[in-house]
Design a protein around this ligand. Structure first.
Ligand SMILES: Nc1ncnc2c1ncn2[C@@H]1O[C@H](COP(=O)(O)OP(=O)(O)O)[C@@H](O)[C@H]1O
Ligand code: SF4
Ligand SMILES: [Mg+2]
Length: 347
């Protein structure tokens, strides 16, 4: 079996903020999350706003320190790194951010932005540096003639291309892209997603691609991980996960995108409530307050008392954190039933 490039194990991150009435309140933004990213693979991380996606990205690139758990690159715990090893890690793992407006100093030209990584790491200078930077610009679909312009002279999509160029400059082993197309116009989103796909093909890039948009993740990634309130609720190969979603939350997410439903024509299933309605669930399943299956099953106490572990379900390499993931969904027809039925599976 291939060794993982990145391994996240039991990652926990608590933030301490002010609650109602000024009382100190801890928010568990990331709650015992584990996953791997394999060499050359893109893993998509999806979830609603506030589910902890950005925090996981920041923990991986060490912009935050975990409360507990660990991040490993090629089997080495990154927590203990310092000096030269930390510098090497910062070269190996790069992050691309959503906000292209705030990502650059407006007083510095693109040339100076792209020169920085080489200067900091002492990797190239003179004509070699000029030629590398020109190549980077071409690789992300921009003309080297634009190098002496300032970031604000570019469109949002072009600025994101510069962000990608900066992230790629040091030939990283892993790119963490946090909602890199979410702030862009829809037509530009497709162009930038295509650029990511091209770069993956050309460079064999490994990625953690963070998005709230299941379609973007499906387009770009081999595997998908679904996050709900800081917990991983399902992870697996993209096709299996979308055609046979096992966790009620994933089923609802997939059900809200009619284009994903083979055959179409199903009623659109909308997840009831908001993420904030879930309240501070400390025991059991975080999703219970919004879970259709829980209601259909007569609100079993197991769901509110026992945290469901991530476990293999439905075959095909999918893991899901639901006590009842094996119970066939009732009511709204699900993709899983339909596809299996048509393929001649057991009635
Ligand atoms: N620096 C911080 N201080 C306090 N709370 C934070 C901080 N960063 C994130 N959070 C909280 O952690 C949770 C997850 O946030 P985030 O990782 O940004 O989610 P996402 O990227 O999925 O929208 C949210 O409840 C958010 O308010
Ligand atoms: S464990 Fe229970 S509440 Fe949680 S998703 Fe499964 S059925 Fe719903
Ligand atoms: Mg975010």
């Amino acid at each position: 079996m291939t060794e993982a490039l990145l391994s996240v194990r039991g990652l926990v991150k608590d933030f301490h903020g002010r609650g109602i009435g000024g009382s100190r309140q801890a928010v568990r933004a990331v709650d015992d999350v584990s996953f791997d990213v394999f060499p050359g693979e893109a893993l998509g991380l999806v979830g609603e706003s506030g589910s902890g996606k950005t925090t996981i990205g920041r923990l991986i690139v060490r912009l935050e320190e975990p409360t507990s758990g660990r991040v490993e690159l090629r089997g080495q715990d990154v927590r203990g790194l310092s000096g030269r090893q930390l510098l090497a890690y910062r070269r190996d793992v790069q992050m691309i951010f959503q906000n292209t407006q705030g990502a650059f100093n407006p007083r510095r030209t693109v040339r100076s932005v792209l020169t920085d990584p080489y200067r900091i790491h002492g990797l190239a200078s003179g004509p070699e540096l000029d030629s590398r930077i020109a190549n980077l610009m071409r690789r992300v679909g921009l003309s080297p003639d634009m190098l002496d312009r300032y970031p604000q002279q570019f469109s949002g999509g072009q600025r994101q291309r510069i962000g990608i160029a900066r992230a790629l400059s040091l030939e990283p082993a892993l790119v963490v892209a946090d909602e890199p197309v979410s702030a862009l116009d829809v037509s530009v989103q497709a162009q930038v997603l295509n650029l990511f796909a091209d770069l993956r093909r050309e460079l064999g890039l490994s990625m953690l691609f963070i998005s709230h948009d299941l379609r973007a993740v499906y387009f770009l990634c081999e595997r998908i991980a679904v996050l709900y309130l800081g917990r991983l609720v399902e992870i697996g190969p993209r096709r299996t996960l979308l055609e046979h979603p096992a966790h009620p939350y994933t089923r609802a997410l997939v059900g809200s995108i009619p284009a994903f439903r083979p055959g179409g024509g199903f009623t659109r299933e909308v997840i009831r409530g908001e993420i904030s309605d879930s309240g501070p669930v400390t025991t059991g399943c975080h999703f219970a307050p919004r879970c259709k299956l829980w209601r259909e099953l007569g609100q079993p106490s197991r769901c509110t008392q026992e945290r469901p572990p991530l476990r293999p379900v439905t075959g095909g390499g999918v893991l899901a954190a639901c006590h009842f993931a094996d119970v066939p969904p009732d009511g709204t027809p699900e993709v899983a039933d339909t596809v299996a039925g048509r393929a001649g599976g057991p009635a």
